[in-house]
Each structure stands twice: as structure tokens, then as C-alpha cells.
Design a protein around this ligand. Structure first.
Ligand code: TYD
Length: 135
């Protein structure tokens, strides 16, 4: 698996329609970083755009455990990526250094596995600062 770019990953599912399903995310299996933080967001109003920031160091694996989530990603070179999470078995890997805007359906639950603990110092919240940022 190439983890240098944003990547949509099929985490597969174990089970059947008769039994229901389980999907597993595991360090050294399908997660390329030690998970230091987990957060989830929910009840986002329809049509609200979230995100509008980039991270200096943080890497993330993000799931829509329910509902639909659209991601628009951009790096400092101007490469643009668009992804839709519409199944709980799909994960979106986001490397550090991507400006993101995110649209969630109202019933969406976004689950994020994060490589770092929370610090506001890791955020770049101004788009021009993002374009000029050098690490
Ligand atoms: P933010 O990452 O800006 O959310 P979004 O990109 O979805 O709009 O976080 C929203 C608020 O929550 C912000 O004030 C910081 C706070 N927050 C924490 O305190 N800890 C965390 O782990 C996260 C992800 C956010």
C-alpha cells in the first residue's frame, strides 16, 4: 500500500447479511501509524462545510461509520483529490500537509484514527499560510 498520497482503502468486512458485519482497523495491519487519538463527529447540519484547515504532522484514517462524507483535498503543489465515503468498510488515509474541506450528511458519523494527540499548533487554518508553509 502506498501511503504517500491520500488513499481510499477497502477494509473489507467479516460476516454476512444474515449475521451482520465487523470491520477491523489495526496498527501494523492496515493502519500505517500508531493510533494516539480517536475522535468522532456527528449531527453535522446538512450542507455545512467543515475542515478548512491542514495539518503539519498529523496523519489520519477516517471512516464514515454511518451516512456519507465527501472530502476535497489539496496539497501545496495544487494537486486536488476528491473522495466519497459511503460505506463503513471504506477508510480514507490522509497524509500530513493536505488542505481539506469536508461535507457530511446529517446522519453521518465521522470516525478518525489519528497519529498524534491534539494540539492546535499542528493546525494551519489560513489557506495562504498553508500554501507558504515549509516544514
Ligand atoms: P476541528 O478539527 O477544527 O474540526 P473540523 O475540521 O471538523 O471543523 O475541531 C473543532 C473544534 O474541536 C476545535 O475547537 C478544536 C476542538 N478539538 C479538540 O479539542 N480536540 C480534538 O481532538 C479535535 C479533533 C478537535
Amino acid at each position: 500500500m502506498d501511503f504517500t498520497l491520500p488513499t481510499l482503502i477497502d477494509f473489507q468486512e467479516i460476516g454476512s447479511s444474515a449475521l451482520g458485519y465487523i470491520t477491523v482497523a489495526e496498527y501494523q495491519g492496515n493502519i500505517p501509524f500508531e493510533i494516539k487519538r480517536v475522535y468522532w463527529t456527528y449531527y453535522t447540519p446538512n450542507n455545512l462545510i467543515r475542515g478548512n484547515h491542514a495539518h503539519k504532522k498529523l496523519r489520519q484514517m477516517i471512516f464514515a461509520v454511518s451516512g456519507n462524507i465527501e472530502f476535497y483535498l489539496e496539497n501545496q503543489e495544487g494537486a486536488k483529490f476528491q473522495f466519497k465515503l459511503d460505506s463503513p468498510r471504506l477508510g480514507l488515509y490522509i497524509p500530513s500537509g493536505y488542505w481539506r474541506t469536508i461535507k457530511l450528511s446529517h446522519n453521518a458519523v465521522l470516525l478518525c484514527l489519528a497519529s498524534e494527540v491534539y494540539t492546535e499548533h499542528d493546525y494551519i487554518r489560513d489557506y495562504i499560510d498553508f500554501l507558504n508553509y515549509k516544514d
